[in-house]
Design a protein around this ligand. Structure first.
Ligand code: GDP
Ligand code: ZN
Length: 304
C-alpha cells in the first residue's frame, strides 16, 4: 500500500473532486465511510488521499482543520452550506467607471469578508479610465482602513504588485461584473480567467447541482478562488454589535460610546455618529452600516 498523499481540493464535480497534488491534479471521491459524516469536503480543503483506493479513483480519507470557512445560506431551509475553506483574503475589485462603483455593494462584500474573519483588500481597476475617480475611491477605502491598490489591466499598471501580493496565499476575487476581474487575472497569469457570471444554479448535471467555487493554482504559489454568489455568503446570524466591528474605522470608537449597547444608529453620545458629524468617518460608510444593520434586523422574520 502506498503512503497517503496530501492535496488541496480545487473543484467539486458531482461526486468527484479535482484535487491538486504536488505539481499535478488527481480525481478523488470521498471514502465510503467518510461520506455519511457531518463534515463536507469543500473547495480549498486540504485533504489526505489514499491513492486509487476506490475503483481506480483516489479516496479522500481525511480533512485538515480549516483556517477559515465561507458558508452560504441554503435558500430552502435553515442552515448553511460550506463554500470555500481556507481563504486567506478577499480581493474586492471595483472600477471608477464603466461600471460606476456601487459603494454599498462594495462595503457589503468587505463586511462579508470581515464577518468571516477573512482579511479584505480593495482593487480599483480601470484606473486608466478615470485617474481622479480611482484616486477618490482609493482615498475612501484607504481612510476606512483597507489596503487599496489601483490597477489597469489594460495598461499593465499595478499588475506586477498585485501578482506578487497574491503569491503564496488563497485569495477570493470578487466584485461586480464588468470591472475587469477576468482581464486583471489574465494579466497576472495568462489563462487565469474566472467564470465571471453570477449564476445561482447550473442545470442538468445530476442530483448534486450547485454552482461551486473554483480554485486555480498560481504559478508563484497560492490560489485564486472564484466563488459565485460570494455576496450571499455569511451575512446572516450576525449580531448588530458584530456588524459594527466589521467596519475597521468604527472599531477604535466602539468602546467610547455612552451606552455599552449602542447600535450606532441614533443614540446620544455615540462616538461613531460624532465622527460622521466631524467628517472623520465618511457618511456613506455609515450609510452602508445603516443599510446592513436594517437587513440583519429584518432577517429573523424572513426565516420564521
Ligand atoms: P469582469 O466581468 O469583472 O471579469 O470584467 P472583464 O475582465 O470581462 O472586463 C470588462 C471590460 O472592461 C472588458 O471590455 C475589458 O476589456 C475592459 N477592461 C478590463 N480592465 C480594464 C482596464 O484596466 N482599463 C480599461 N480601460 N478597460 C478594462
Ligand atoms: Zn455608538
Amino acid at each position: 500500500m502506498s503512503a497517503p498523499l496530501e492535496g488541496t481540493v480545487l473543484e467539486r464535480d458531482g461526486a468527484t473532486y479535482r484535487v491538486a497534488v504536488g505539481g499535478g491534479e488527481v480525481r478523488a471521491v470521498l471514502r465510503k465511510k467518510a461520506k455519511r459524516g457531518e463534515e463536507r469536503v469543500v473547495v480549498g480543503d486540504d485533504v489526505a488521499l489514499e491513492p486509487e483506493a476506490q475503483g481506480g479513483l483516489h479516496a479522500i480519507v481525511s480533512v485538515q482543520p480549516r483556517r477559515s470557512l465561507l458558508e452560504r445560506r441554503v435558500p430552502e431551509g435553515r442552515g448553511a452550506r460550506p463554500v470555500v475553506a481556507n481563504a486567506d483574503r478577499v480581493a474586492v475589485v471595483t472600477a471608477p467607471r464603466d461600471p460606476l462603483p456601487v459603494l454599498q455593494l462594495l462595503d457589503r462584500l468587505l463586511v462579508v469578508a470581515a464577518v468571516n474573519e477573512i482579511e479584505a483588500e480593495v482593487v480599483v481597476n480601470k484606473a486608466d479610465l478615470d485617474p481622479e475617480g480611482a484616486a477618490a475611491l482609493a482615498t475612501r477605502f484607504g481612510r476606512a482602513g483597507y489596503v487599496v491598490r489601483q490597477t489597469s489591466a489594460k495598461r499593465g499598471i499595478g499588475v506586477d504588485d498585485f501578482r506578487a501580493d497574491l503569491a503564496g496565499r488563497v485569495t477570493v476575487v470578487t466584485g461586480p461584473s464588468g470591472v475587469g476581474k477576468s482581464s486583471l487575472l489574465n494579466a497576472i497569469q495568462p489563462g487565469l480567467a474566472l467564470r465571471t457570471q453570477e449564476v445561482s444554479a447550473r442545470v442538468g448535471r445530476g442530483r448534486h447541482t450547485t454552482v461551486g467555487a473554483l480554485m486555480v493554482p498560481l504559478v508563484a504559489g497560492g490560489y485564486i478562488v472564484d466563488t459565485p454568489g460570494f455576496s450571499e455568503v455569511g451575512l446572516w446570524g450576525v449580531a448588530p454589535r458584530e456588524l459594527a466591528r466589521c467596519f475597521p474605522e468604527f472599531v477604535p470608537l466602539l468602546e467610547q460610546c455612552r451606552f455599552a449597547d449602542c447600535t450606532h444608529l441614533r443614540e446620544p453620545g455615540c462616538r461613531v455618529l460624532a465622527a460622521v458629524q466631524a467628517g472623520s468617518v465618511s457618511a456613506d460608510r455609515h450609510e452602508s452600516y445603516v443599510v446592513l444593520a436594517a437587513e440583519l434586523e429584518a432577517e429573523p422574520e424572513a426565516w420564521e
